[in-house]
Design a protein around this ligand. Structure first.
Ligand code: AMP
Ligand code: MG
Length: 331
């Protein structure tokens, strides 16, 4: 059983003690809930991989509370410092060369010469990092391959005993994982789309490329090991760009459902409450992003034979939403 404790000064101190003792704490961030451990302690980090059943070749993001702490772990060039100034704290993860003196467990970087690092924009996460006085390695707080957990209840449901201590602070604001930007080479490359798009970053960097990988890529072709993994997947089939519904399918809508029919007769308004969710009736991408994982979980019920998802525009935050949906559909 997990213990869920509302975040306050006392429970943050309790959680910090657990981190210092080599244990795991599920913590809120602005993106999704993380499953955190002391990034300097190899055994603590190993517990994250075991709890999530995460393949050990898939590296973790290190969370710090300030730029000075980041500079003790990675080499920050002028580009990185400029981005940190503009986008940190916030949902932007930078892949940077690891310093020899970093002291970070090799398990965190899965043996790579680089480290993924960011400062989260959540006062509980920041308070926990400061109180623990160590960098915290934290992937999303869900079993590997499942949709990321965006509420304490989802953490408990996905990880159970494997997340013994959950620091709770309600639902996450953004609801989607951070943008991962590889700054280890000359050309900056987005390895995972998120709130910040190439367009947002280009004023600071010049040209930014995307490399989102794909499921069939061999391990040595991919830049970011997470790219080859089935991710964010419900246990029932997910069908994208649906313009109508099959009988028994649930609907994940975006915008108006007025013209959604059910093959063989009926329309979206005949669906039961357990078979219909709308990411955003007003077609608002920010609202849709924050609802995405919760609604996928809501519809992932044995009584639904699959989830039909209406099309989402492929601009701005829509790039990240479509990336997560296409991975969910590969399950
Ligand atoms: P998660 O923390 O589970 O949301 O996933 C972190 C993502 O960052 C995964 O897709 C990892 O493969 C990726 N990642 C972490 N560290 C690195 C690194 N050093 N180089 C490239 N990708 C990384
Ligand atoms: Mg994850």
């Amino acid at each position: 059983m997990s213990i869920i404790k509302t975040a306050n000064e006392a429970t943050i101190a309790e959680a910090a003690q657990i981190i210092q003792d080599g244990g795991l704490v599920a913590l809120p961030t602005e993106t999704v809930y993380g499953l955190g451990a002391n990034a300097l302690d190899g055994q603590a980090v190993a517990r994250i991989f075991a709890a999530k059943k995460r393949p050990s070749f898939n590296p973790l993001i290190v969370h710090v509370a300030d730029v000075a702490s980041a500079q003790k772990i990675v080499k920050m060039d002028a580009r990185a410092l400029g981005l940190a100034d503009e986008f940190w704290p916030g949902p932007l993860t930078l892949i940077l060369p690891k310093l020899d003196t970093a002291g970070i467990s090799d398990l965190v970087s899965a043996g790579l010469p680089t480290i993924a690092i960011r400062i989260p924009a959540h006062k509980v996460a920041l308070a926990l990092i400061k109180k623990s006085a160590v960098p915290i390695a934290a992937p999303s707080a869900n079993s590997s391959g499942e949709p990321s957990a965006t509420t304490p209840r989802h953490v408990a449901k996905s990880l159970g005993d494997n997340a013994p201590f959950i620091l709770a602070a309600g639902a996450c604001d953004v609801g989607l994982e951070s943008t991962v930007l590889d700054l280890s080479g000359d050309v900056p490359i987005i390895l995972r789309p998120g709130v910040f798009t190439a367009e947002d970053l280009e004023p600071y960097l010049g040209k930014v490329d995307y490399d989102l990988g794909h499921k069939d890529a061999s391990k040595d072709q991919v830049k970011s090991p997470g790219q080859i993994l089935k991710h964010y997947a419900p246990s029932i089939p997910v069908r994208l760009n649906a313009v109508d519904l099959e009988k028994g399918e649930a609907l994940l809508a975006f915008g108006s459902t007025k013209f959604m029919g059910i093959r063989g007769g009926g329309s979206a308004k005949d669906l039961t409450d357990t078979a219909c969710r709308n990411l955003s009736e007003e077609s608002d991408l920010t609202e849709a992003a924050s609802n995405l994982f919760t609604m996928l979980r809501d519809l992932d019920m044995p009584e639904n034979k699959g989830i039909a998802v209406m099309s989402i525009p492929g601009q701005g935050l829509g790039i990240a939403i479509n990336d997560r949906l296409s991975r969910a559909a590969q399950g």
